[in-house]
Design a binder for this molecule. Structure first.
Ligand code: GTP
Ligand code: MG
Length: 508
């Protein structure tokens, strides 16, 4: 069927995050508000064997349903499901995997409730959240599972002591206080001495959590004649054993088997985050360790007009290189470049847009350095970091730019006062102290009263920062009038008035 004119809403807006290949995928499910759920269903404290059995039943059903799950580990209201490293389950699409797992788990939980709790009514629908985490090698996946089991041990030992103390008559607060700062050994001693209880005799299900996996067993098939035929077939097992040490894994090497390297799939590792369509893209570039850089190159303080001009020239040249940049705004060591909402630069792949912008800007800055600072050696080389943000609405974009300009104003007014105070003989610490807690108005008054300086007469490039944008100009070519788009640099307010006066910039 031909695509309808509306089909673009899927093609362009739906993001299918695929989990990276050759990683074990762990989906961890966790009961939502199970504190309350366990209370209203009167689960035994600290562990309700039946509730845990129900969780194990759900996990077993999961392994039955989804053959790519090779292992599951559960404790309390959580269960982790490990998908085999090379799984192509739903093409590794995260949202599909998460939603299916959590939904199937929940539905088994509800379905099996009556079987496990024949005398308890399910009073409210249980629900779970889920997250997916990828582990790239055997060590990290084993460490992940060990981490969950250590957590199980710590929580269970604490809860066992806590509820024994409460059941023996202490208030919950008193029980908490008695356990504060105790080590694992202390807790075992407390149980032994006060309750004649050996923690190791507690049910392994409580102490070790539950592991679900397939085990190959040999079965003998009866035949009409001769000896029975032996077959191995996998059966599902629920065990409450140690999975921190290596013994279990040595005896069950088939569970976390690493896949073969498949060179043809190497390209799948190239996971590129695409910026959402129909959003304005802002790339903000900022010089790293600029303070040090300004000191080494003895820039004027608080503002070096030449250094700012170099930034502006680089920004103007950026607009020539990238026709999709419609506007730039910069001050100090930063510049924000606005890409048109429809830009298809690098098919909107974030890493490529960011890296090429920061690299090109750096290269322009260095190339033009000698023009602006003919007598200064550029040492060490500058570096610019870049980040991208997306603005779905024009209004948000304009507010972003106003925010940057407000930052320029606040920073510049502060720095102007600070350096005037320092130049007049105060120490830097004294200058900071003087300015602490002052408002914008106070700073203007300080400048006026102490230095007879009107802040508003300071150069606009310092106070307002710099905008770069294209503007139509009329030139002449051999006596013929022609129209051209030139890049213009201006230092003005970028509020509503500016956008009204320059409607072509953002196309409105
Ligand atoms: P969210 O997960 O953030 O929604 O909160 P939660 O209330 O589910 O808490 P969390 O997942 O951190 O902890 C699980 C909670 O479930 C525990 O604090 C217990 O209150 C409860 N729980 C889990 N298993 C049992 C059990 O066997 N018996 C009892 N009585 N409570 C349990
Ligand atoms: Mg929970």
């Amino acid at each position: 069927m031909a695509n309808s004119e509306y089909e673009y809403v899927k093609r362009e807006f739906e993001f299918d995050r695929r989990l990276p290949p050759s990683n074990w995928i762990v989906v961890r499910i966790d009961g939502c508000h199970f504190h309350r759920f366990s209370k209203i269903h009167a689960f035994e404290k600290p562990n309700d064997e039946n509730a845990l059995r129900l969780m194990d039943t759900c996990a077993t059903a999961m392994l039955k349903k989804f053959p790519d799950i090779v292992f599951a580990y559960g404790v309390s209201d959580e269960y982790s499901f490990v998908f085999r490293e090379e799984t192509e389950f739903y093409h590794r699409r995260e949202s599909k995997i998460l939603s299916l797992c959590v939904s199937y788990f929940t539905s088994v939980y509800v379905m099996k409730w009556k079987e496990i709790f024949p005398n308890k009514e399910l009073k409210e629908p249980p629900y779970f959240d889920a997250r997916a985490v990828c582990y790239p090698n055997l060590k990290t996946i084993r460490d992940y599972l060990a981490w969950r089991q250590v957590d199980c041990h710590i929580n269970n030992q604490y809860n066992t002591c806590f509820w024994m103390l409460v059941k023996s008559g202490k208030s919950e607060q008193e029980a908490q206080l008695s356990l504060k700062g105790t080590s694992s050994k202390d807790k075992n001693e407390l149980l032994a001495q006060q309750f004649q209880m050996n923690y190791d005799d507690e049910l392994a299900m409580f102490r070790k959590g539950s592991s679900v996996y397939r085990e190959k067993v040999e079965t003998a098939m009866k035949v009409d004649y001769g000896d029975p035929i032996k077959r191995t077939r996998p059966i599902l097992r629920v065990a409450h054993v140690d999975i921190i040490g290596s013994e279990f894994w040595q005896n069950h090497q088939h569970i976390l088997r690493e896949g073969k390297c498949r060179y043809e799939f190497m390209k799948q590792f190239d996971i590129n985050h695409m910026l959402p369509p129909c959003n304005w893209v802002v790339v903000r570039i900022n010089a790293c360790q600029f303070n040090q850089f300004t000191t080494i190159h003895s820039f004027d303080k608080p503002n070096d007009a030449v250094a700012l001009s170099l930034m502006n020239e680089s920004a103007s040249l950026m607009m020539e290189q990238y026709p999709d940049i419609v506007f730039g705004y910069g001050f100090g060591s930063e510049y924000s470049f606005v890409f048109h909402e429809k830009t298809e630069l690098y098919r909107r792949q974030e890493s490529l847009i960011l890296s090429s912008c920061s690299s090109y800007f750096t290269s322009l800055y260095m190339k033009k350095w000698k023009k602006f600072f003919p007598h200064k050696e550029l040492m060490p080389p500058p570096r610019f970091e870049a980040e991208a943000l997306v603005c779905p609405k024009l209004k948000i974009l304009c507010e972003y730019l106003s925010w940057r300009q407000a930052e320029c104003h606040t920073g510049n007014q502060y720095n102007t006062c600070f350096w005037m105070l320092v130049k007049s003989g105060r120490s830097e610490k004294e200058a900071h102290e003087t300015l602490k807690g002052t408002l914008s108005k106070d700073k203007n008054e300080l400048l006026f009263q102490q230095f007879q300086m009107n802040y508003n007469n300071e150069p606009a490039i310092f106070r307002k920062g710099s905008c770069v944008f294209r503007q139509k100009v009329h030139g002449s070519d051999n006596g013929v009038t022609i129209e051209r788009w030139d890049v213009k640099v201006d230092h003005v307010d970028i509020g509503a008035g500016f956008w009204r006066k320059h409607p072509w910039i953002l196309g409105c």
